[in-house]
Write a protein that binds this ligand. Structure first.
Ligand SMILES: *Cc1c(COP(=O)(O)O)cnc(C)c1O
Length: 230
């Protein structure tokens, strides 16, 4: 089933790219394997997947220990400062940096381990009270402060849009994140690039691609519904 799902998603990504004149190679599909067993990850690897997303540090570390294939692990969930030390040299990209305080902790741990860390700044474009992320207003200033931390490299922005059945309602939020990334890129801040735009999930990834997503994070449509009770 995972195989068919991945192939269907890839076709839909290609179709979305065609609609807006983009190259599918410029869109990375991140398979979000949270709550799913390592076996499911292995199956996805056999289907060619090389990027995986986890939202919990512990779960990500557990899977990394048993999966030896050279895949890229993306931390997409909220990161607590006391967990930074476990992943700072392991995550390929941390999508969820949402404060200077957290960035400073990442810097501290990165320096200890003498490693560099690639991050995205999480922006709460829809201003949802239940979601983490900086507001679009505060993001530029905090990005400027984080850019001064030598072991951290800001690669772009990430957002989690509100739940929606169709995606069309979220177009405005994706457009807003893209505009913010263009505005920030124009500032030419040292040590900051805006090459990554991580937006779009199972329900809205096609709209996100039309609005410029470079990374889509897809769980349910690849691995099936999640059961949080087991
Ligand atoms: C779970 C999760 C996803 C994947 O969501 P689906 O709707 O299952 O595709 C994407 N991004 C983040 C941050 C998540 O926590």
């Amino acid at each position: 089933m995972i195989k068919e799902n991945i192939s269907e998603i890839q076709q839909r990504i290609a179709a979305a790219c065609q609609r807006c004149g983009r190259d599918p190679k410029d869109v990375t599909l991140i398979a979000v394997s949270k709550t799913k067993p390592a076996e499911a990850v292995r199956e996805a690897i056999l289907c060619g997947m090389a990027d995986f997303g986890e939202n919990k540090v512990q779960e990500m570390c557990d899977k990394m220990e048993v999966i030896h294939a050279p895949v890229r692990w993306h931390l997409i969930g909220h990161l607590q400062t006391n967990k930074v030390k476990y992943i700072v040299d392991k995550a390929y990209l941390i999508h969820s940096v949402d404060s200077l305080h957290l960035a400073e902790k990442i810097q501290e741990e990165a320096q200890k381990k003498q490693t560099d860390v690639n991050i995205l700044i999480q922006v709460n474009v829809a201003n949802e009270a239940t979601k983490f992320g900086l507001s679009t207003e505060e993001a530029p200033e905090i990005i400027r402060s984080i850019s001064k931390l030598p072991n951290i490299h800001i690669q772009g922005l990430m957002t989690i849009a509100p739940f929606s059945e169709t995606g069309e309602e979220n177009r405005q939020f994706f457009r807003k994140l893209k505009q913010l990334s263009v505005d920030i890129a124009a500032k030419n801040i040292d040590n900051v690039t805006m090459s990554v735009l991580s937006m779009g999930m199972s329900h809205d990834f096609e709209t996100a691609i039309e609005e410029g997503a470079t990374h889509v994070r897809i769980g349910t449509s690849i691995f099936g519904e999640r059961n949080y009770n087991i």
